[in-house]
Design a protein around this ligand. Structure first.
Ligand code: ADP
Ligand code: MG
Length: 387
């Protein structure tokens, strides 16, 4: 952990005074359950061993001063206009603070020093970690009323949705706050509610390989998929008797055969992905718990194929890495995150990760002329469980 010298760095930047308090929020990676969150379905993320650290010290100034070591950027947020957008990275901070303010909390001045181990934009959710560390640290430092878990998660998500303008589901903030060491979070996004599931990873490691490619049309396609799913819900409600669906996750797998032929082809594909992916999440959680990694791995490959062929959100770079995993005989691999670039997650037998990664990187470079990023990840404690 990069905590060494953190307090010293804080004092060098902000000056001597009362010792700052250190808070931490981790990044996350989704093991399985992709594009199911906004369909009221199941997701299965872990909090990871890479965190954002925030050092907080209250001041009697009429502003919040915040420094990001990674960006080497310093900004001041006046208390009087917390809820004004800064149109920069402080919007994640402002969004959370204005969320707290709208719960009738009084925000007073403090200094905040940020240092992060989470790569930005690799799909490991540095943004949620920034929101969660801001929320937790501010509540503790300013001695605000405690917030219920789900309210805190919700507040952070709203900061991202309403303040930053990123239309993301609740998974990232959930995992960053409530993840547990050695466990995955099986989240039912329709409630939302969650169960902790121990991961029997004995003999295996989780390796994230980042294509480092971010396709510019990814955002548009994401919004298009959301609209297609809404259209599919409406189409099913129009053509089917019985109770109205709220989301595609309300369709039971036994109903698929009856419904799929009635839908236009594209919508049928989206529906099939969502329903089967929910099933895979449930099965994978069960297999993980029993340490049956071979079975989990097959579900990973099936999830990837479905994202590629039915949901159509993969990319040549992602497909290449998953094909590579297959040919190397790795138990399982899949794209993780929204798609069109971003990261992949691999289940690698212990001790083989270095060699596997070296070969994968070499082949990837030969094919695309790009060096991929890589991060060994392990299920770690969320921000609620400071350590
Ligand atoms: P990710 O997949 O990493 O969450 P996003 O685009 O959702 O990617 O969020 C990344 C944004 O979060 C950055 O552009 C920046 O505004 C903010 N951010 C992440 N890490 C830091 C940091 N260490 N310091 C300041 N801002 C950060
Ligand atoms: Mg993000």
């Amino acid at each position: 952990m990069k905590t060494a010298g953190l307090k010293k760095s804080f004092e060098e930047f902000f000056g001597d005074g009362k010792e700052p308090e250190v808070y931490r929020a981790p990044g996350r990676v989704n093991l399985i359950g992709e594009h199911t969150d906004y369909n009221n379905g199941l997701v299965f993320p872990i909090a990871i061993n890479l965190s954002m650290y925030g050092l907080f010290r209250p001041t009697n100034k009429d502003k919040i001063r915040v420094y990001s070591e990674n960006l080497d950027k310093f900004e001041e947020i006046r208390l009087a206009n917390i809820s004004q957008r800064g149109d920069n990275w402080t919007d994640y901070v402002r969004g959370v603070l204005s969320g707290l303010e709208s719960q009738s909390e009084t925000i007073s001045g403090f200094d905040l020093y940020l240092r992060s181990e989470i790569p930005v934009g690799s799909g490991l959710s540095s943004s949620a970690a920034l929101e969660v560390v801001t929320a937790v640290g501010t509540i503790m430092t300013l001695d605000l009323d405690k917030v219920e878990d789900l309210d805190l998660i919700d507040l952070c998500q709203k900061a991202e949705n309403d303040f930053v303008g990123a239309n993301t589901g609740i998974m990232d903030q959930y995992a960053s706050y409530l993840g547990r060491e050695g466990a995955g979070l099986l989240i039912d996004t329709s409630e939302p509610s969650h169960k902790l599931v121990d991961l029997g990873l004995d003999g295996y490691e989780l390796l994230v390989i980042d294509t480092t490619v971010s396709h510019t049309h990814g955002n548009n396609e994401y919004n298009r998929r959301r609209r297609e799913c809404e259209r599919a819900v409406n189409a099913i409600n129009e053509t089917t008797e019985g109770e109205e669906l709220r989301s595609l996750s309300d369709v039971a797998s036994e109903e698929l055969d009856g419904i799929l032929p009635k839908l236009e082809e594209k919508l049928a594909k989206r529906l099939e992905h969502v329903v089967r992916e929910n099933e895979r999440v449930e099965k994978a959680a069960g297999f993980f718990q029993k340490g049956r990694i071979k079975e989990v791995g097959e579900l990973f490959y099936a999830s990837h194929a479905s994202l590629r062929d039915l949901y159509e959100v993969s990319s040549p770079e992602l497909d290449f890495l998953i094909e590579f995993a297959r040919t190397e005989g790795i138990p399982g691999a899949r794209m993780t995150g929204g798609g069109f670039g971003g990261s992949t997650i691999h289940l690698v037998p212990e001790g083989q990760a270095d060699e596997y990664l070296e070969n994968a990187s070499q082949e990837f470079e030969k094919e695309f002329g790009i060096t991929p990023g890589s991060f060994p990840v392990s299920p770690s404690d969320g921000a609620k469980f400071q350590n």
